[in-house]
Design a protein around this ligand. Structure first.
Ligand code: ATP
Ligand code: MG
Length: 314
């Protein structure tokens, strides 16, 4: 009894080994049945591969959501996160020296879909980024290979710079969106591309820049109030836009939305923070004054002092 009990696992092991050997034996594997099975599996794999490669007509790529750095929670309910979704480029919103912005639709064929703005930072040789110098000076890159590449502006280095801008803008938007600031929802960042909530109408027309708006006196005051509230919120969390102008504000459904934030200034960490804040305020106050808002209302000195106080810099 004792003998059999002890031996049982041993027997099982031997049996298993014989079975494994059979599977690995080329003679057996090329036997008729196994050969046919192998062919069948190869066909199945091939079909799956072909299916995986074949985008639905018109689509440009599979959704890049799964592999991207993803936006903050809670995620808006309109956002399509299905891995089976495809991205289709619908048109160009703006091409620029630093980045190009496209409208894309992300959708599951026959299912849910949403519109996104794709901001793609340029890394091309002729790209001029007026914000590079100041920003890169203050940045410590971890690896010296990357430092050298950036300093020498090799292709690799230029691509890194572009990606750093995308990273910076995505981080700023994520932070600001999370505290309720009027900025587009940052959907994802993948390489040099940032996907944003598309601000526009149902006809896929992008919302106009404030610079193009011709508000009447009442709306102008309303816009000013919205802007001050936004700047207060930015300041309360230690930020100023850094490149604020009527071109970097969109008017979406009567609401001002601040965009273009890669150079956002950290008021506490940046020794020139208060100067950037004063410059942002002066720039935008000038636009409102030019549109007819009284200088008593727009008083940039007073607003700057107010925001400096909120930020705790005063
Ligand atoms: N989320 C968005 N929804 C709709 N339109 C957008 C969005 N983001 C950007 N745009 C459009 O693309 C334009 C350029 O965007 P942004 O200012 O972020 O990029 P930029 O390359 O820095 O441009 P610029 O050099 O003109 O400042 C905006 O003026 C606006 O018209
Ligand atoms: Mg801009």
């Amino acid at each position: 009894m004792q003998y059999f009990d002890d031996d049982a696992p041993q027997v099982a092991k031997i049996r298993r080994r014989r079975f494994d050997d059979q599977l690995n034996d080329p003679q057996t594997r090329s036997g008729r049945l196994t050969e046919a099975e192998r062919e069948r599996l190869a066909r199945v794999r091939e079909d799956a591969y072909t299916a995986a490669q074949e985008l639905p007509p018109g689509a440009d790529r599979w959704s890049t959501w799964v592999d991207a750095a993803q936006g903050p929670h809670p995620r808006p309910d309109w956002l399509v996160v299905d891995a089976a979704a495809v991205d289709t480029e619908l048109g160009v919103l703006k091409t620029g020296k630093e980045a190009d912005v496209f409208v894309i639709e992300r959708g599951v064929p026959g299912g849910e879909r949403c519109l996104l703005a794709a901001k793609r930072y340029r890394s091309g040789e002729h790209r001029m980024f007026h914000r590079d110098a100041g920003y890169l000076e203050g940045r410590q890159m971890r690896r010296s290979r990357e430092n050298r590449a950036i300093a020498n502006r090799t292709e690799f280095g230029r691509n890194l710079i572009a990606e750093q801008w995308a990273v910076a803008e995505f981080a700023a938007l994520s932070r600001l969106w999370s505290v309720g600031a009027p900025v587009p929802y940052p959907v994802q960042r993948d390489g040099t591309e940032v996907l944003l909530e598309f601000l526009g109408d149902a006809d896929r027309q992008g919302s106009p820049r404030l610079a193009q708006a011709r508000p009447g006196p009442v709306e102008l005051r309303e816009f000013w109030a919205q802007l001050v509230a936004a700047l207060e919120l930015f300041a309360a969390h230690g930020f100023t836009h850094g490149d604020l102008s009527a071109y970097n504000i969109l008017v979406h459904d009567g609401q001002l939305v601040l965009i273009d934030l890669p150079q956002v200034v950290d008021l506490i960490a940046n020794p020139a923070g208060a100067e950037y804040l004063a410059r942002d305020v002066a720039n935008i106050a000038r636009w409102f004054t030019a549109r007819g808002l009284s200088e008593q209302v727009t008083d940039p000195g007073a607003l700057t002092a107010h925001l400096v106080g909120i930020a705790g810099l005063g």
